[in-house]
Ligand binder design. Structure first.
Ligand SMILES: [Fe+2]
Length: 160
């Protein structure tokens, strides 16, 4: 973190954190309040997988140096997502069939709730994407497509 902050300063970029102290505290409080299953859903499906999908949409627009520097961290993210989704799949498989089916049904509502919360925190998500010249509606479409894929992939072993 410190290295990044100093680096950003050196470049003379705006170093105001995207999330202020209160928002960071609220995120921490939210994730600490969760049981393991909900944590896997909120952290790995919502933040890591879907947030990562949104980030992927802007990577091609970065300059070559930035793109190169993102290769390793982005591969890291792919591994995080893989870990989280496989853990979630395992946890669901361990539940009685009716419970796992019910949980799967509730994931969509959890994701909608988290999405609304983010927007309600006063974070101008569309503005952030538009500021770097990305069509926000397109990002939303890609994220929703990925979300559907994930939900289907989680449902598959349950149906088998
Ligand atoms: Fe990650």
């Amino acid at each position: 973190m410190r290295i990044h902050q100093e680096w950003i300063k050196q470049f003379g970029s705006d170093d105001t954190p995207v999330f202020n102290d209160l928002q960071q505290y609220m995120f921490l409080a939210h994730f600490r309040s969760l049981n393991w299953l909900d944590f896997l859903t909120d952290m790995y499906v919502c933040i890591e997988a879907l947030g990562g999908e949104a980030v992927q949409q802007i990577v091609p627009m970065a300059d070559p140096g930035t793109r190169e520097s993102l290769k390793v961290p982005l591969q890291d993210e792919v591994d995080h997502v893989e870990f989280g989704l496989s853990r979630l799949r395992d946890e669901l498989a361990r539940l009685p069939q009716t419970e796992s089916a019910a949980y799967l049904q509730s994931i969509e509502a959890r994701l909608d709730f988290l999405d609304d919360t983010l927007h309600d925190m006063g974070i101008d998500v569309p503005g952030m994407f538009e500021a770097v010249g990305v069509d926000y509606q397109k990002v939303v479409e890609m994220v929703m497509f990925r979300r559907q894929q994930i939900l289907e992939s989680l449902a598959q072993p349950l149906a088998a």
